[in-house]
Design a protein around this ligand. Structure first.
Ligand SMILES: Cc1cc2nc3c(=O)[nH]c(=O)nc-3n(C[C@H](O)[C@H](O)[C@H](O)COP(=O)(O)OP(=O)(O)OC[C@H]3O[C@@H](n4cnc5c(N)ncnc54)[C@H](O)[C@@H]3O)c2cc1C
Ligand SMILES: NC(=O)c1ccc[n+]([C@@H]2O[C@H](COP(=O)([O-])OP(=O)(O)OC[C@H]3O[C@@H](n4cnc5c(N)ncnc54)[C@H](OP(=O)(O)O)[C@@H]3O)[C@@H](O)[C@H]2O)c1
Length: 471
């Protein structure tokens, strides 16, 4: 054998690239793919799988429709999708359409970037009454996620209460307050535009169980509430009177917190302009029960006081002072949570895959499982903006490449192409990247006459039809 042909047999050469499956086509999956495809030693090929026919994860199904600029991050991901060695396999759910063991038999490494699709629970009475909904469902519904398109939200009452003080709480409060004109410029799913346009909701109360210093809002999201066409923003000045521990925390807090306080003080000082809707931001109120005969009629909240915990954080403690707020809709925006994948060790406490810096660990030995990785929200939990996933993915892909160089990646038993053939033989309609581009072009063309970025196809059969029109 001459030198050249022996080189070409080496795993990681251009002729014999390292084969990596990435599961999940959201930000973490795409950042990881870009990083791996940029490697020259080893040369890597990436096959990306997603259970949906459309890529981008929460950039398509989470980011609020009235934030189109944020969605333009997909241009970065589109460049990755055009890199040599990249393939997209949409409409394949790992865990049901294909097992992890099957993927592991065909790839040197499998990297999970599946996000955290579940919603955190409050654990209070009445949580499951009709009209008490998770923001997770509401967001997926207005963003046209095919699994949520048949949900419906009763917006016929006058008041909605949103629980939580993160950016998702602000997103859903804003969506409930948008005018027909504001909605009409967005890619909100048509079914949601119809429902939101006929909404009778006049007041949206956003409840934080802790104080304004502990709120997790970011500055632009809090500030932009002032620009809503139809809604005044109401803050009670008393809610901004800080307890000594919060006042001390504010002194040393990041600028984000200090600026939020300035914005909240501006809201508190401003008289309402008499707009037909109101978003009221209230603090130090924890939900204790949701009440109603057949459906939600009210929520009971309890005043809280902040107490220093041993870990240095300020915890919301009950005071015994309750308030009943009548409302027909309660949206719980208290965070997302990871869903276990069959056969992959899961950390129940954190709601993530059991991992160390992106290497998935064996549940009993706590040693890395060769060739198994995680990135994004399923690795570190449901926090951080889109860009946070780049650094997160970098940590994982560095370890993956390190493991390759140390000879720690497993052998494969079959070629990925053989596995993909088997999946097709099972009757799966796998959507490739060109299929997605056909859906994308169709949606954009539908939106253009109305000056909207796109009109989303929310039915799998319609997406399939467009994707296959190309062939
Ligand atoms: C409502 C909301 C609004 C947000 N708005 C903003 C914002 O405006 N700006 C900002 O910077 N950040 C925002 N974020 C945060 C940002 O969306 C996340 O940081 C980011 O999407 C997390 O990326 P990820 O790749 O880990 O997960 P995801 O984006 O959730 O992607 C996971 C992907 O995995 C796929 N998948 C899941 N299970 C399987 C399976 N079994 N088989 C195959 N595929 C699977 C899913 O279909 C999905 O495509 C928002 C988050 C939420 C929840
Ligand atoms: N525009 C944007 O940039 C944008 C938009 C949406 C989301 N995101 C990002 O996506 C991530 C997830 O956002 P998120 O809003 O889902 O989560 P989050 O920022 O973690 O906020 C969750 C909120 O729920 C509260 N909460 C939790 N359990 C509760 C309970 N039992 N009772 C009452 N309140 C409770 C938390 O209060 P405590 O603090 O007291 O626990 C917190 O205020 C964040 O990093 C966010 O910044 C960004």
């Amino acid at each position: 054998m001459d030198n050249l042909s022996s080189m070409s047999d080496v795993l990681g050469s251009a002729e014999h690239p390292l084969r990596v499956a990435i599961v999940g086509a959201g930000p973490a999956g795409f950042y990881a793919a870009g990083q791996l495809l940029s490697s020259s030693d080893p040369v890597v090929r990436v096959d990306m799988y997603d259970r949906l026919m459309t890529p981008w994860g929460l950039v398509r199904f989470g980011v609020a429709p009235d934030h189109p600029k944020i969605k333009s991050v997909t241009r970065v991901f589109e460049r990755t999708a055009r890199m040599p060695g990249f393939s997209f396999h949409g409409n394949v759910e790992v865990g049901s359409d294909v097992s992890h063991a099957e993927l592991a038999s065909a790839y040197h490494a499998v990297l999970y970037a599946v996000g955290t699709a579940g919603d955190r629970r409050l654990g209070i009475p009445g949580e499951d009454l009709p009209g008490s909904e998770s923001a997770t469902d509401f967001v997926a519904w207005y963003n046209g996620h095919p699994d949520y398109a048949d949900l419906d939200f009763d917006l016929s009452g006058r008041r909605a209460v949103v629980i939580g003080n993160g950016n998702v709480a602000l997103d859903v409060a804003r969506m409930l307050a948008l005018s027909a004109h504001e909605l009409g410029q967005t890619d909100t799913a048509d079914h949601a535009i119809e429902r939101l346009r006929s909404s009778q909701i006049e007041e949206i109360i956003v409840l934080g169980r802790r104080g304004p210093v502990q709120a997790a809002f970011t500055n632009p999201e809090l500030r932009e509430l002032a620009d809503l066409e139809l809604a005044d923003v109401i803050v009670d000045p008393e809610d901004l009177e800080l307890d000594p521990a919060s006042a001390a925390a504010l002194e040393s807090a990041e600028q984000t917190v200090q600026r939020n306080l300035e914005t909240l003080r501006t809201y508190a000082a401003k008289a309402p302009q008499g707009k037909p809707r109101r978003i009221a931001l209230r603090f130090l109120r924890a939900p204790v029960a949701i009440e109603g005969e057949q459906r939600v009629e009210a929520i009971v909240t309890e005043r809280t006081a902040l107490e220093l915990a041993p870990d240095g954080s300020l915890k919301a403690m009950p005071t015994g002072i309750n308030e009943r707020i009548e409302a027909s809709l309660v949206l719980r925006a208290v965070g997302y949570v990871g869903v276990p994948l069959p056969g992959i060790p899961f950390d129940e406490r954190r709601g993530t895959l059991l991992n160390d810096g992106g290497r998935v660990l064996d549940a009993s030995s706590r040693q890395p499982l060769p060739g198994l990785y995680a990135a994004g929200w399923i690795k570190r939990g449901p926090s951080g903006v889109i860009g946070t996933n780049k650094k997160c993915a970098q940590e994982t892909t560095s370890r993956l490449l390190e493991d390759f160089h140390a000879g720690r990646l497993p052998e494969t038993a079959q070629q990925p192409e053989a596995l993909i053939e088997q999946l097709r033989a099972r009757g799966l309609h796998i959507i490739d990247y060109a299929g997605w581009e056909a859906i994308d072009a169709h949606e954009r063309a539908l939106g253009e006459p109305a000056g909207r970025p796109r009109v989303k196809l929310v039915r799998r059969e319609d997406q399939l039809l467009q994707a296959r029109v190309r062939v």
